[in-house]
Design a protein around this ligand. Structure first.
Ligand code: NDP
Length: 314
């Protein structure tokens, strides 16, 4: 027989765990399916300096372990499983994990976050794990004293470039515009780092190398009279061009925007399906911060609690 839950939380980043803490404290015995990356994106960053309560900063992995511990303290059940299929056509909602096991939930909070985007070049596939990565903190170690490139001009790209610059000999940033979109403080840090070189107005059109990445083919001023193609010699190619929300499995039931982010009603966490709520990056194309994700996780748990009170006498 399928397992049951009053509140099923899908995903385990700051939103999922915060929802778990609140639902647990409300005596609702939440069940959390951690997903493929327990702890979410923050487990792949280095130091977090802007989460309140950690004046000296904290490692992403450590912070997420502490969130998890706090969930367990209040009675959450945490499963190292991934929900791969849902049926939100009727309550209780049916969710199925990767082993085909089912869980029936009175309410669901979706906190599935977002995943790194790739450029879509065939060479990215060819060299995946052989020099192509979307996580500098996971893979940077392999590039000590080597030359690498980071694609993108946002805060993530700057953060990755700065991190890599402490390991690698040289870091190129490949930026398609003539400016960095990143915040002032990050731009300044990048500018001040001697071994980072920014290639503005540049796009990557291919990678090359025998057994792994040995270089990238770059086009400068693409599609203009000044267009020129050149190669850079690199051993590692890191993508930092933003993220895509992990919402594919919900698209038959839940209203999504053009980018795939879950639409919520006004300033709440309600989706178009009564009893299904969304929190964190999967529903936030704008702020995407750990602290704002945690905030929406809290709100989703409170919305779910109210929903259960009104709909099942809990
Ligand atoms: P952003 O969307 O801010 O930046 C993406 C970057 O990738 C842009 O420079 C964009 O170029 C470039 N890009 C996108 N698609 C392509 C492509 N196909 N080819 C080449 N370049 C491409 O994403 P981030 O992940 O950097 O940041 C997301 C959010 O998270 C932001 O709000 C950011 O401020 C925040 N953040 C905050 C941090 C902090 O506070 N410490 C750390 C990391 C992220 P273009 O500018 O031309 O569009």
């Amino acid at each position: 027989m399928a397992e049951t839950a009053k509140i099923l939380i899908i995903g385990s980043g700051p939103a999922g765990y915060t929802a778990g803490i609140y639902a647990g404290r409300a005596n609702l015995s939440p069940v959390i399916y951690e997903g493929e990356q327990p702890g979410g994106q923050l487990t792949q960053t280095t130091e977090i300096e802007n989460f309140p309560g950690y004046p000296q900063g904290v490692q992403g992995m450590q912070m997420m372990e502490e969130f998890r511990e706090q969930c367990l303290r209040f009675g959450a059940t945490i499963k190292n499983r991934t929900i791969v299929k849902v049926d939100f056509s009727k309550r209780p909602f049916l969710c199925v994990d990767e082993r085909g096991e089912e869980i029936l939930a009175e309410s669901v909070i979706i906190c599935t976050g977002a995943s790194a985007k790739y450029l879509g070049l065939p060479d990215e596939e060819k060299y995946r794990g052989l020099g192509v990565s979307a996580c500098a903190t996971c893979d940077g170690f392999f590039y000590r004293k080597k030359d690498v490139a980071v694609v993108g001009g946002g805060d993530t790209a700057c953060e990755e470039a700065l991190y890599l610059s402490t390991l690698a000999k040289k870091v190129y940033m490949i930026v398609r515009k003539d400016y960095l979109r990143a915040s002032k403080v990050m731009k300044k840090r990048v500018d001040e780092r001697e071994n980072i070189q920014i290639l503005y107005n540049c796009n990557t059109v291919g990678l090359f190398g025998e057994d792994g990445v040995e270089g990238a083919k770059i086009v400068e001023y693409k599609g203009t009279p000044r267009e020129q193609v050149f190669d850079i010699a690199i051993d590692g190619f890191f993508l930092a061009i933003g993220h895509r929300p992990n919402t594919e499995i919900f698209k038959d039931y839940i209203d999504l925007d053009a980018e795939g982010y879950i639409k919520v009603k006004g300033a709440t966490t309600h989706t178009n399906v009564e009893g299904v709520f969304a929190a964190g990056d999967c529903a936030d194309p704008r702020y995407r911060q750990a602290v704002s994700a945690a905030g929406t996780g809290c709100r989703a748990a409170m919305d779910a609690e109210k929903f259960l009170m009104e709909n099942s006498g809990n």
